[in-house]
Design a protein around this ligand. Structure first.
Ligand code: COA
Length: 330
């Protein structure tokens, strides 16, 4: 088996559902207002999937675009990883459902549950399979229908989240590619963000529904502080691992949770704002899809050019976090 093959992202795609839910719309649903949401989160609107669109549907559209961008056929994909906390169902894996929609008959498929860091986890996992020569082409998708697990009566959380999907095709590259990565977790902090019901601990029942246990519960303020520290530490660590500094970053793509979190990370790391890609105002927090869609939009808008140093940096429920440095191939 060959070793240490360089692995890069050779195609990107995204899909955002059509329906827009603005802060003004939320004013009619809970006791909140545009000014509060904008100043505390930087979010102006988010997109909500239609009732006949599921996580697999969003993932499929994003994947189709990524394959087209990579000029790779679905039948040449050997691995599909879907990062999601909102799978279509408990099992089978959403990745298998996407495989069927794409007609990617040769692929091995599984889901990754690493919340908002799921796309970065997926990228790093796919890299391992390709760098050892096990597979040639992999598809990594971050896809979420968070609207399905949002409590639309809880103003503390419902203003934050949105639906969407982003996808990346990974293959071997001649130069650049993923230079280094770092993944971390702390299960001691698992209670900070969770959907408590519906699993083996609290299977769905009338009681779990009555108690609202099938939607996101979050201790926002604690999460906020940890996110700033963990995301800045993770980004600094990966830069150090490949002997680069903050000055070497051309495009910094943090998980789009909240503009205030991202501003605090930028201040802590001393990254100039113009190097950071933001789209949280348009989409809110799309968990695993957020970093994937941001990467895709940064690339499509010309913010990422051949040779550029790109840093992905994500954090989420678990707690989990992950960062990687990619040199965009020439
Ligand atoms: N509209 C108006 N008021 C709201 C509100 C809303 N949508 N949501 C909460 N409030 C109120 C609270 O009830 C509280 O009121 P009180 O003081 O009368 O109790 C007040 O605003 C302050 O709440 P607090 O939670 O301290 O606000 P905050 O500055 O921490 O901002 C978040 C709240 C959720 C925006 C912020 O904590 C956050 O972004 N956390 C991280 C969330 C996140 O990104 N999670 C995913 C990580 S991957």
């Amino acid at each position: 088996m060959k070793k240490n093959i360089k692995v890069g992202i050779v195609g990107l795609g995204a899909y955002i559902p059509k329906k827009i839910l603005t802060n003004k719309d939320l004013e009619k649903m809970v006791d909140t207002n545009d000014e509060w949401i904008t100043t505390r989160t930087g979010i102006k609107e988010r997109h909500i999937a239609a009732s006949d669109e599921f996580t697999s549907t969003l993932a499929f559209y994003a994947a189709k675009e990524a394959l087209k961008n990579a000029k790779i056929k679905a039948e040449d994909i050997e691995l599909i990883i879907v990062a999601t906390v909102t799978p279509d169902m408990q099992f089978p894996a959403t990745a298998c459902l996407v495989q069927e929609l794409l007609g990617a008959k040769k692929a091995a498929c599984f889901d990754v549950s690493a919340a908002c860091a799921g796309f970065v986890y997926g990228i790093v996992m796919a890299q391992q399979f390709i760098s050892t020569g096990c597979y040639k082409n992999a598809l990594v998708i971050g896809a979420e229908k968070l609207s399905a697990v949002t409590d639309w009566k809880d103003r503390n959380t419902c203003v934050l989240f949105g639906d969407g999907a982003g996808a990346a095709v990974l293959s071997s590259v001649d130069n650049g590619g993923i230079l280094t990565s770092y993944l971390g977790s702390d299960g001691a902090l698992s209670e900070l963000i969770m959907v408590p019901g519906g699993g083996s601990k609290k299977p769905a029942s009338k009681e779990t529904v009555d108690e609202g246990l099938h939607s996101i519960k979050m201790r926002g303020n604690e999460v906020f502080k940890l996110a700033v520290k963990i995301m800045s530490d993770a980004a600094c660590k990966v830069l150090k691992q490949c002997e680069l500094s903050v000055d070497d970053i051309d495009c910094f793509i943090p998980h789009q949770a909240n503009k205030r979190i991202l501003d605090a990370v930028a201040r802590k790391m001393k990254v100039p704002e113009e190097k950071i890609f933001f789209n949280v105002a348009k989409y809110g927090n799309m968990s695993s899809a957020a970093t994937a869609v941001a990467l895709c939009e940064a690339y499509q808008s010309g913010r990422i050019k051949p040779g550029h140093i790109v840093v992905l940096d994500a954090f989420g429920a678990g707690l989990v976090w992950g960062a990687c440095v990619i040199q965009w191939q020439k």
